[in-house]
Design a protein around this ligand. Structure first.
Ligand code: HEC
Length: 133
């Protein structure tokens, strides 16, 4: 029994040191984050597809959205608020957009109040990044 404890303690120590030396940005999102992101995306799914060449719904298909200019899907009719915003979608801009769309780009036509909780947005963005690449 005593041996078992010291072995697991050694493993815990190892896991801890690995966590310390690996920069957070280099880590792939864990399964729990992806699951939460998928759950949050249920709010978006009725209006947005994410797969390559997915059809537009009420909102534009989101494939390739990270790194793209806002309003860049040629065959979707955006509001001027989005089309002329001049912003590029990144983790940071999408995070702000999803906090409260109508404050970030007033006059946009995305009828969605926002995702108020930061952990939900973070998980959603990790999930979205994976789904839209
Ligand atoms: C009721 C439908 C609806 C819901 C729900 C919705 N959206 Fe949208 N979304 C839109 C519409 C419409 C636009 C275009 C807005 C405009 O042109 O003003 C848009 C635009 C966007 C854009 C900009 C796309 C581009 O090509 O510039 C992103 C990113 C986005 N939505 C993400 C999301 C996410 C993530 C969710 C869920 C948290 C969500 N939306 C929920 C309808 C919706």
């Amino acid at each position: 029994m005593k041996k078992l404890i010291s072995v697991s303690a050694a493993f815990a120590g190892l896991a801890l040191s690995m966590t310390v030396i690996t920069p957070a940005s280099a880590q792939a999102p864990d399964e729990a984050t992806m699951k939460l992101g998928q759950r949050v995306f249920l709010m978006c799914r009725s209006c947005h597809s994410t797969e390559k060449d997915g059809r537009h719904k009420v909102g534009p298909n989101l494939n390739g959205v990270f790194g793209a200019k806002a309003g860049s899907k040629a065959d979707f009719k955006y509001s001027d608020a989005v089309a002329k915003s001049g912003i590029t979608w990144s983790e940071a801009t999408i995070n702000e957009w999803l906090t409260k769309p109508k404050d970030f780009l007033p006059g946009n036509k995305m009828a969605f109040a926002g995702v108020p909780k930061e952990p939900d947005r973070k998980a959603l963005i990790a999930y979205l990044k994976d789904q839209t690449k």
